[in-house]
Design a binder for this molecule. Sequence first.
Ligand SMILES: Nc1ncnc2c1ncn2[C@@H]1O[C@H](COP(=O)(O)OP(=O)(O)OP(=O)(O)O)[C@@H](O)[C@H]1O
Length: 291
Amino acid sequence: MSSEEVKVNTQTPTVVASQTDALLELRNVTKTFGGLTAVSKVDLIVRPREIVSVIGPNGAGKTTVFNLITGIYEPSSGEVLMAGRSMVGLSPDKIVLQGITRTFQNIRLFNNMTVLENVLVGQHTRLKATVLGSLFRTPRVVQEERMARERAIELLGFFGTGLVARQDEYVMNLSYADRRRVEIARALAADPKLLLLDEPTAGMNEAETLEAVKYIRRLRDELGLTILLIEHKLAVTMGMSDHIAVLDYGQKIADGLPDEVRYDERVIAAYLGRQSETKADDTDESDDDAV
Ligand SMILES: Nc1ncnc2c1ncn2[C@@H]1O[C@H](COP(=O)(O)OP(=O)(O)OP(=O)(O)O)[C@@H](O)[C@H]1O
């Protein structure tokens, strides 16, 4: 994958009239990379406190959609709106301030930092300490640090007592499932309204996957979050999504309730088509897409 120039500006978001009660809305969003259209005219609505999944065969454009929402890429055309405000052109850190945080397909934690330190990193957008204040450790800075630590421990506590007890351990010593939890705790530290989870159960066994499904639901039910996720395990997606958007070759080919999507002929054809391509290629060993 070639990388693309990231356009960053500091403009404040403009309000665009929204016809919906959406928290997040993609309107006719297209992203091209040279001659390749990775995402083509995609509309998507995510309402407050929904759990919405984006699925599709490999290369369908799911990660690109996440990168468009989080400001890694700017759409070639179309609008990305958060609570009715356009986010197009905002830098990723400005988008975090709009209330959107994410986790990654390949966990991105600082392995040489402790569990607690990793979660503290997630709070940096909210802290107010100045460089001078930090140098001289003013009472305000000390108090802010104490509150940040308390908050980080509270967030780890969302996953039970296990991670709280291991807060001073290096992240690299944790199990894969625990590292995924720490990554979510770090994403929560920025106080999001919308959480984007990129394959939150990847690499997990069945018991860990069931556990992950439980805490994803709790993120919505107990913390009031709205969740958009990419997930390859279709049983997981079908079991917890309010609606599911299906991408194929960059286009949204279906969007509906799990049962509507499950039996949609275009969806079945897309998955079966890619599976036969994969078999012909015989290159992909990690295909757990199955309708
Ligand atoms: N920065 C980039 N430069 C060029 N092409 C890209 C870039 N990012 C993505 N693509 C291409 O866009 C298409 C969609 O990729 P994307 O990673 O969004 O798919 P995906 O659905 O997330 O796939 P997977 O399930 O394998 O992660 C692919 O053809 C990919 O090669």
